[in-house]
Ligand binder design. Structure first.
Ligand SMILES: Nc1nc2c(ncn2[C@@H]2O[C@H](COP(=O)(O)OP(=O)(O)OP(=O)(O)O)[C@@H](O)[C@H]2O)c(=O)[nH]1
Ligand SMILES: [Mg+2]
Length: 462
């Protein structure tokens, strides 16, 4: 019922800026906007002419000018929502925009809910659910790569892959269903077991292909966490500062300077990185604050996607270094740094390379900001390795899509095993579940609650 209402919202971020846009969508959009807009050159019989930009003033009930604006009138159906849409380009000031919006609300528009413009685009079939989600990913993208992935989904590449899979399922089910419904006419011979098996396997591998790039895509979309760890005083905080190009952390010759974890954000090779500086890990302290800090360092190391292990090349290897070295897990990225290369060396890069069975070692002098470029390059290579850059085929980013695809793969497995030992009804049922699940990606079989949940994540005015 709310779909008949005309909605309005400020569609640009609230703040000072050149332009701020108030957007209207719905059947009364034109008349509501025209009611408060005083066009410099209206008079024309055909006002408003579609998709033309009109210059004029927004005036309040007392005839006072609220703002000087440019207004565009876009008739359905070739609009974002497929409804009549009006965009009022105002000067971007918090009070101006709110005043214009308020006039429209007083005139009868309803304030749009978060994501309602996009929801209407979905409900009117202009985009499917995966594309609506891509809009959100586009807005939230924190790297160029994330934008590229979102743009692919927005263009409908995921949608068409899902549609193909679902069509295939329908084709597979048709003869099975027919043999269930008309057992006399259709004998088992009408669908060949081996061929069916082969086709289901093929579909499963298509699903798996989509799942393959998911980790990598998510890394680009949501970012990765990189923890700098090492024993006290090796130069972890100096390295953080050099990488962030900012004196973020306190650096001091006294060991145990960093007590708590500290973070900064940067971009490494297109990955949005949350860089975490940690307290130096050592075994001899009894200071409760330092002990708590060390506990947090371990936790940060455990949660990181990649570790930067820092060693002091001007000091001999210690048992604490052994402990640091043991902190990396196989599923994490790892970078070895030999810091303080400007001082007399006690351990060489070659020595470290040996300890870490041939891994690349980056030499730095953090306080002099030397080797930082090489460190970033090595970090990019390592992140690419962890997130296997070679797989660029997938558009999947969201946890929701991933879960659905995993369940789909399970259904296909179920269908395969049912083929061997169970009545054909079971095969058909598993295939139907897979078809149904896939529909949730594009929103064909999504529940109202799911839709509400997805669209509520949008910002106001989108
Ligand atoms: N010569 C030289 N000194 C360095 C270098 N990196 C750090 N230092 C010095 O080493 C000392 C410790 O540096 P920090 O960056 O605070 O070391 P940290 O690993 O964060 O130490 P904690 O926070 O105590 O664990 C400071 O006096 C730095 O100036 C380097 O590359 N060369
Ligand atoms: Mg420190």
């Amino acid at each position: 019922l709310t779909e008949n209402e005309t909605i309005a919202a400020i569609s640009t971020p609230l703040g000072e800026g050149g332009i701020g846009i108030v957007r209207l969508s719905g059947k009364d959009a034109f008349s509501l906007a025209a009611g408060i807009f005083h066009c410099q050159k209206s008079g024309a019989a055909s006002f408003p002419d579609a998709r033309r930009l009109y210059h004029g003033y927004i005036k309040n009930d007392r005839g006072e000018i609220v703002d000087e604006v440019l207004v565009s009138f876009m008739p359905a159906p070739h609009t974002y929502t497929r409804e009549d849409v009006v965009e009022i380009n105002c000067h971007s000031g918090v009070f101006t925009l709110r005043a214009v919006l308020k006039l429209l609300l007083n005139a009868g528009a309803r304030l749009a809910e978060p994501g309602e413009f996009t929801k209407r685009a979905f409900l009117h079939g202009r985009i499917d659910l995966s594309q609506a989600e891509a809009v959100l990913n586009m807005i939230r993208a924190r790297s160029e790569e994330a934008v590229k992935i979102a743009a692919k989904t927005l263009r409908g590449e995921l949608s068409s892959k899902v549609a193909q899979l679902r069509n295939k399922i329908i084709e597979l089910r048709a003869p099975i269903e027919a043999s269930i419904d008309y057992p006399e006419e259709y004998s088992d011979g009408d669908w060949n077991l081996e061929i069916l098996q082969e086709q289901i396997r093929e579909m499963k591998s298509d699903v798996e292909k989509l799942l393959k790039g998911v980790e990598r895509n998510r890394a680009f979309q949501e970012g990765v966490s990189v923890a700098i760890i090492g024993r006290p005083n090796v130069g972890k905080s100096s390295l953080l500062n050099a990488l962030l190009r900012q004196q973020r952390a306190i650096v001091h010759e006294m060991p145990g300077t960093t007590r708590d974890i500290l973070e900064g954000y940067m971009n490494i090779g297109g990955y949005p990185v949350r860089l975490v500086d940690t307290a130096g890990i050592q075994g001899s302290t009894v200071d409760p604050v330092e002990l708590e800090g060390i506990e947090r360092s371990r936790a940060a190391a455990g949660m990181a996607s990649m570790l930067i292990m820092v060693f002091d090349s001007s000091a001999l290897w210690t048992p604490e270094d052994d402990e640091i070295a043991s902190l990396s897990r196989a599923d994490q990225g790892l970078l070895i740094v030999a810091n303080k290369m400007d001082l007399t060396q006690k351990i060489s890069a070659g020595y470290l390379k040996n300890v870490f069975s041939g891994r690349e070692v980056v030499e730095t002098a953090a306080v002099k900001e030397e080797g930082i470029q090489l460190l970033e390059e090595a970090a990019t290579r390592e992140l690419d390795r962890v997130y296997s850059k070679a797989d660029e085929t997938s558009e999947i980013v969201s946890q929701r899509h991933e879960t659905i695809l995993r369940e789909t793969a399970e259904n296909l497995d179920g269908a395969l095993s049912a083929l061997e030992s169970q009545p054909v009804e079971m095969v058909s049922l598993e295939l139907y579940s897979a078809w149904n699940k896939l529909g949730e990606i594009i929103g064909d079989t999504a529940s109202d609650q799911l839709l509400d949940k997805i669209f509520s994540e949008f910002c106001l005015g989108k």
